[in-house]
Ligand binder design. Structure first.
Ligand code: SF4
Ligand code: SF4
Length: 402
């Protein structure tokens, strides 16, 4: 097997940190039952404990970074279910980020697609062109002509067929009110603009003033893909935009961006707007809606944003809504940032398992807060002919606002 050189020497300070974190692991195995990739493969190297051992061996220079070892690390979804249950408080997220940075970006990374996704203006233009060319008519046919596991096929399958919503508008009335800044992000600024507008509407009704930062990528896909320099450039841009905003809190409706934004802005209160809305729920009144709704809780909403409780609390205020979360404990739908493009077959297995769970609830509507998860699940809804509409929960709440 061909060895791949480490981008930096194993003696580098990062290697020391990786070893230190890995040494905290007591190898109890409590993280194995909550790991989606271990459930897929039943292979120790596809478990958190196995990946920690691989990272430690690489950082100590005791193993070569072979294609096989790095693939076990690349398969990790970053769902952080393992970190949440770990009794030894191993900092798995930090360990994975540093190990991938040490290895450098994977050769299989679909760079052209990631470059496109990170540029909202290009993405918006492409989506408009797709809409003019009646993309829905030939999208499925074209995807089927492409190699089964190609990133292009995976990207085509998740591309929404509707023209994108208008860019989100700020609410700058009431200068005496607390001033919040909304981070639109990259894909979310195009494909979740409706949810971002819903957040502004709800926050305005709850008494807040909301400005909107320019749309750009927070760097999450680079940070988790081993592209440390690109991630740092994105973090620098986040800090500049945040400073210029003069706001008191930073918000993102995309739980997948929150961890990266917090890392870029230590000391800044970066939260999911659902938390603020739940804390001021008494100011919001909702019209009834008689509907059976399945709520998909993204891993990042549970393990990073910690806003799952706030979300359910708010939805329960809509009279008539029959709410159910997926029956199995927190898992992962397989979207996981760029994972759905890099490993489409694995991502599809996890997605279909998630949708099968949702189907047991016989929903009339599926809600999910993370745009990556929702696009991925939407493709599965189409392929499995389930015919459920899907929304960001904030969109539903804003629609029902009195
Ligand atoms: S739960 Fe924590 S300590 Fe136990 S094996 Fe997993 S990472 Fe190691
Ligand atoms: S982050 Fe998720 S996929 Fe990765 S090792 Fe932990 S539980 Fe498994």
């Amino acid at each position: 097997m061909m060895g791949m050189p480490l981008e930096k020497s194993p003696e580098h300070a990062a290697a020391g940190r990786i070893v230190e974190w890995a040494d905290q692991c007591v190898q109890c195995g409590l993280c194995l039952p909550v790991c989606p990739t271990y459930a897929l493969d039943r292979n120790e190297a596809e478990s958190p404990r196995g990946r920690i051992a691989i990272a430690a061996a690489l950082a100590r220079g005791q193993a070569d970074p072979t294609a096989e070892l790095r693939e076990h690390l690349d398969h990790c979804l970053g769902c952080l279910n393992c970190e949440t249950v770990c009794p030894a408080h191993v900092q798995y997220d930090a360990l994975l980020i540093e190990t991938r940075a040490l290895l450098g970006p994977s050769p299989q990374r679909p760079r052209p697609w990631l470059n496109l996704i990170k540029r909202p203006a290009w993405l918006r233009t492409l989506r408009r062109i797709g809409s003019w060319l009646a993309l829905p008519r030939w999208q499925g046919w074209l995807a089927r002509q492409l190699p089964m596991h190609s990133a292009l096929r995976a990207a085509l399958r998740i591309m929404p067929t509707m023209a994108p919503a208008a860019r989100v508008r700020p609410c700058d009335k009431g200068t005496g009110q607390p001033h919040l800044a909304l981070f639109p992000g990259c894909v979310a600024s195009v494909d979740d603009a409706e949810a971002q507008q819903a957040a502004v509407t709800l926050l305005q009704a709850a008494g807040f003033r909301v400005s909107v930062l320019p749309a750009f990528c927070c760097g999450a896909m680079d940070l988790h893909g081993g592209a440390a320099q690109a991630a740092e450039r994105a973090a620098h841009r986040v800090r500049q935009a945040w400073t210029a905003s003069r706001a008191t809190q930073l918000l993102s409706v995309t739980p997948g961006c929150l961890g990266t934004l917090r890392r870029a802005l230590p000391g800044v209160n970066v939260i999911d707007p659902l938390e603020l809305l739940a804390a001021h729920a008494g100011r919001l009144h909702f019209r009834p809606l008689a509907q059976r709704v399945a709520v998909h809780l993204p891993c990042t909403q549970i393990n990073v944003a910690h806003s799952d409780g706030a979300l359910l609390q708010l939805l329960r205020r809509v009279p008539g809504l029959q709410l159910s979360t997926l029956p199995r404990p927190p898992y992962c739908c397989g979207a996981a940032g760029s994972h759905l493009l890099e490993f489409p077959a694995r991502a599809t297995q996890l997605r279909d398992d998630t949708l099968r769970q949702a189907a047991t609830l016989e929903p009339q509507l599926l809600l999910s807060s993370n745009i990556g998860c929702r696009l991925h699940l939407a493709a599965g809804i189409g392929e499995l002919e389930l015919h459920w509409p899907h929304q960001h929960p904030l969109t539903l709440l804003a629609q029902q606002l009195e």
